[in-house]
Ligand binder design. Structure first.
Ligand code: PSU
Ligand code: MN
Length: 305
């Protein structure tokens, strides 16, 4: 076992029994949603994965260890602590060696999941190429991680706070396949359609697993984006979210928000500007992804890594 990894009893038992395991990130808890909905959602998402026949492994850095599977107290700590650092690839060695509290992004969670031998990871939305990246150079490290780390990421697409077209171009350049579930279109997080197509529509977990396995058997390292649209009933109105997104982006620019603060700033402003309705959509789509991810993890058990 890797020196820095610490498995919860539930995840350790699942590993020993060869059960399906689904990784979950913790930045969504610390920086993506407000307390107490963040902790409550994290618990409910874990339960959906158990009900789907897999074992949840929420990942965070605590006391110099990468924890794979968290206790209720640890989830609460991440959900409440202002000290919890947003940890991407760049930050991982720092939080570990300094014994800080770290909430892992998509990129860092992929790294930790791969170290732990977990090949399926469920989240809400991945990071991407920010609007105006041609001058700001703001491109999430999530994309570069998808280019190299062998983990399938189930998400509801990317938010329109990002440049969705450029994000897809970047993924294509890096050889990251974008799969869609149940529709040809690539979803835009709060809404089911982004106006862009995914590369391949694969509706069943068996087909998704066969695709992912084939990629890795070919020696084509890197992740796969499995994009799953928010359920119709929980989606937001496109016009409303587009207008609010523009306002949030303008406020970020006016306030000089840069670097790792950009995404959390935009998420928090959108939540406030929608009167909390974006949060309800966010919670619904993560739960929907948990169902798809549990099924995919079970199908992946056929193909041990
Ligand atoms: N998008 C969301 N919710 C989130 C994030 C992105 O809709 O919580 C988080 C994820 O942890 C993602 C990170 O990996 O933000 C990306 O941050 P950045 O753009 O700084 O790489
Ligand atoms: Mn960034």
């Amino acid at each position: 076992m890797h020196h820095f990894l610490s498995f919860s009893p539930e995840v350790a038992n699942a590993r020993a029994a060869g059960k399906a395991i689904v990784a979950l990130e913790s930045t969504i808890i610390s920086h993506g949603m407000p307390y107490p909905q963040n902790v409550q959602t994290a618990r409910e998402v874990e339960q959906i994965i158990r009900d789907g026949g897999a074992v949840p492994a929420t990942i965070a850095v605590i006391n110099g260890k990468i924890c794979i599977g968290l206790t209720d107290e640890q989830l609460e700590l991440l959900g409440q602590s202002p000290e919890a650092m947003k940890v991407s690839r760049r930050d991982l060695a720092y939080v570990l060696s300094q014994n800080k509290l770290g909430a892992t992004t998509v990129a860092a969670t992929m790294i930790c999941a791969a170290l732990a031998g977990i090949s399926v990871f469920v989240t809400g939305g991945i990071g991407g190429v920010h609007r105006g990246a041609e001058t700001s150079f703001d491109i999430s490290a999530d994309l570069q991680e998808l280019a190299q780390t062998n983990v399938a990421v189930v998400c509801a697409g990317v938010k329109s706070i990002l440049d969705i077209g450029l994000t897809l171009e970047y993924l294509e350049t890096q050889g990251v396949p974008v799969v869609s579930v149940g529709q040809p279109g690539f979803p835009a997080f709060f809404t089911r359609e982004s106006g862009f197509h995914a590369d391949f529509q694969l509706d069943t977990a068996a087909d998704q697993a066969a695709f992912i396995h084939t990629k890795w058997r070919l020696g084509l390292n890197g992740g796969v984006v499995v994009s799953n649209p928010v359920p119709e009933a929980d989606a937001m109105q496109k016009e409303e979210i587009d207008a609010i997104t523009l306002q949030a982006l303008q406020e970020a620019a006016e306030n000089g928000v840069t670097g790792k603060k950009v995404t959390p700033f935009l998420l928090a402003r959108i939540k406030t500007l929608t009167g909390g309705r974006s949060l309800a959509t966010n919670i619904a789509l993560v739960k929907n992804n948990a169902r798809v991810g549990a099924e995919l993890a079970r199908a992946m058990v056929e193909y041990p890594i």
